[in-house]
Design a protein around this ligand. Structure first.
Ligand SMILES: Nc1ncnc2c1ncn2[C@@H]1O[C@H](COP(=O)(O)OP(=O)(O)OP(=O)(O)O)[C@@H](O)[C@H]1O
Length: 269
């Protein structure tokens, strides 16, 4: 049962409380054999929102986001980016979207600059514009000092940063980021937060998944909690968490594991 359903943010027409939907998921469903990873999920991300998707391991977040951006074909349902169907109008939808997938695979025997230049050329960005953007992104992500390092030799955090840079390169209006802060050090995380806040302040929309509740509370104005393939709560942050913290609300809705709470008896003494 959804506590603060996405219906409250509006579904059906193109507008959400007077704002256009940046991302609209309708009945998205994915089955892996007998496992239902995502069960008929409806979700609306209003334009200009900073949207946090949280849920325990295996809740279906990556599967949902992969279907939302066209990386994984759903068994049923639809995803629209600013009204452009991800499956019916992929060129338009993908031009509007920047994606940081989970387990991003990229051409690895390139330096960061070569990788960004390559992706920019694939995107058809004018070479003069591209060179400037690549330099700015390398500077902002603090990857300039690793100028000679191949992506294959990057640390996990550096891979997140170069992945985010590739997502930003073409100037999307919607960013969909799967665990963007995982393994990123606090200094780099602060830089990433500033970039994302600036992106939203400039009219962009961000959807990110994370396990780190304080981070989601700090950054996001709208949240959805997923469990067992379903959205169990969604809406403005204050509405979803009420008087509690997001973490308390999360644990209450998702339910802890009784075995995990008991701990390991043999380790106690
Ligand atoms: N390709 C696949 N084949 C089979 N099962 C899959 C596949 N991808 C995901 N699953 C299953 O679907 C469920 C949802 O997985 P998913 O990766 O979407 O969860 P998640 O919320 O992103 O988890 P985490 O927070 O641990 O990354 C899990 O039970 C997972 O084992």
């Amino acid at each position: 049962m959804t506590e603060a359903t996405t219906q409250s943010a509006g579904t059906g027409s193109g507008d959400v409380e007077g704002r256009t939907a940046a991302l609209r998921l309708t009945g998205l469903h994915k089955q892996f054999g007998s496992k239902t990873a995502v069960e008929h999920v409806d979700l609306v991300v209003p334009q200009g929102s900073f949207f946090g998707l949280v849920g325990p391991n295996g809740a279906g977040k990556t599967t949902l986001l992969s279907m939302a951006v066209g990386l994984l074909r759903p068994d049923a349902g639809d995803s629209q980016v600013f009204g452009a169907g991800v499956w019916t109008d992929p060129a338009e939808a993908k031009a509007l979207t920047g994606v940081l997938p989970d387990g991003l695979s990229m051409p690895e025997r390139l330096t960061g600059r070569e990788l960004l230049t390559f992706i920019g050329e694939l995107r058809g960005i004018n070479p003069g514009v591209l060179a400037g953007r690549v330099q700015e992104l390398l500077d902002v992500m603090e990857l300039g000092s690793a100028e000679r390092t191949l992506v294959v030799d990057y640390s996990t955090g550096m891979r997140k940063k170069i992945g985010l840079a590739t997502a930003l390169l073409h100037g999307p209006r919607l960013l969909v980021l799967d665990e963007p802060f995982e393994a990123v050090d606090p200094v780099s995380a602060a830089a990433l937060k500033a970039i994302l806040n600036g992106f939203v302040a400039g009219g962009g929309s961000v959807v990110l998944s994370s396990h780190v509740m304080p981070l989601v509370e700090q950054l996001c104005d709208t949240v959805a909690i997923m469990a067992r393939g379903q959205v169990v709560a969604a809406g403005p942050l204050g509405q979803v968490r009420g008087d509690a913290t997001l973490e308390q609300t999360f644990v209450r809705l998702v339910g802890g594991d009784e075995h995990a709470r008991k701990g390991l008896s043999w380790l106690a003494s």
